[in-house]
Design a protein around this ligand. Structure first.
Ligand code: ADP
Ligand code: MG
Length: 343
């Protein structure tokens, strides 16, 4: 059934059935505004992301379900990167009239599954017709814990950490671009096979949201890895007025990436350093707090890896191999900086 047949209000009533709630949502969909209980929090965090068909996603390999789940997940990642806990989401949609109602419901099932996994309510939104293409805007409200994580607090000598593994999502995207069939899974579900695992990492990012709050008071700076390790560490360094040195042999790569990389156009490390959309947390910790950090993250099921050190200068990201030699990693692969190799 096409949207044009049922109209806006019947659509909203259908979508409302998919929207999860939580105790802090006093009034959800159906009135002029959502009503939230005022949280007793030191501060609120508020973020939004706009997804445009043809710019951020292609209908050819993006199912509506996956689009909904990912749109929620990337916003939750931003709240976590500030040290907060996400609580409520708003979803605004612009859809061509010929869109199938079933597809929009699938999109909301994706939103619902991602919200449920992280305890977030879907408190409302807005709906409009679009002359061409799908637009999806999600905004998420979160509460700050004991402090905030900014990009700007890193100091020389701090240890650079990253959660999980890097490069999987970018490698998964390369597989999708090459025409592999995307796996169909519920958000948060697993899949067998290395190629499918990588594609799922692109389609269903699972940001380590619970870790964000635990970093407060320990991490000096944090950012989520959405544009790739080198780019996002660069943002953090610029905000903090410092540089960083990364040990390439320490960068965490998944068994799936290592298994599939020989069949991909680039080396595994190139995906980890320059590929985007990992939605892992990248953060810096003063050395004297590292032991406390490891204790605090024990039992979360999230791995963290020390990959380098913050330096006073230069104000850029320097990459070194296992022997400490400076290397340049190209997007296509990496090569040594011959001039700077130690004799
Ligand atoms: P208004 O006339 O003020 O724009 P709407 O009719 O758009 O009001 O919205 C009515 C209710 O439906 C509100 O609670 C709003 O949050 C909710 N709503 C509208 N569109 C969506 C959507 N795409 N997803 C979730 N809730 C929605
Ligand atoms: Mg409206």
């Amino acid at each position: 059934m096409r949207l044009g047949r049922i109209g806006e209000f019947a659509l909203i009533r259908r979508l409302a059935r998919h929207c999860p709630t939580n105790p802090a949502l006093l009034l959800g969909i159906g009135d002029d505004a959502a009503v939230l209980s005022a949280p007793r929090a030191p501060a609120l965090l508020w973020t939004t992301d706009l997804l445009v068909e043809g710019i951020h996603f292609r209908r050819s390999w993006t199912r509506f379900y996956d689009l909904g789940a990912k749109a929620i997940a990337v916003n939750l990642s931003d709240v976590a990167a500030m040290g907060g806990t996400p609580r409520h989401a708003l979803v605004s949609l612009a859809l061509p009239a010929q869109t199938a109602v079933e597809e929009v419901e699938a999109l909301y099932r994706g939103c619902r599954d991602a919200c449920l996994r992280y305890g977030v309510s879907l408190a409302g939104g807005d709906t409009s017709r679009s002359p061409k293409g799908v637009f999806l805007s999600v905004s998420v409200l979160g509460v700050a814990g004991k402090g905030l994580l900014r990009r700007s607090g890193a100091r020389a000598g701090d240890v650079v950490f990253v959660t999980g593994t890097l490069g999987d999502a970018a490698a998964g995207l390369a597989l999708l671009r090459a025409g592999r069939t995307p796996p169909r899974r519920r958000y948060g579900g697993g899949v067998r096979g290395h190629e499918k695992t990588l594609m799922l990492r692109h389609l269903h990012p699972l940001p380590p949201v619970g870790v964000g709050g635990r970093l407060c008071g320990l991490a000096s700076a944090a950012i989520d890895v959405s544009d790739g390790l080198v780019a996002d560490l660069g943002h953090l360094c610029r905000s903090s007025g410092v540089g960083a040195e990364i040990r390439l042999d320490a960068v965490p790569l998944s068994p799936s990436l290592l298994a599939v990389a020989p069949r991909l156009p680039r080396e595994a490390l190139a995906y980890a350093l320059h590929g985007g959309e990992d939605y892992q947390l990248l953060f810096t910790v003063p050395p004297q707090r590292v032991a406390r950090l490891r204790r605090r993250l024990r039992g979360t099921g999230v791995s963290v890896t020390a990959i380098g050190t913050v330096v006073a200068s230069p104000r850029c990201v320097v990459l070194r191999d296992a022997r400490g030699r400076r290397v340049r990693v190209l997007r296509e692969g990496y090569e040594h900086f011959r001039r700077e190799e130690s004799p």
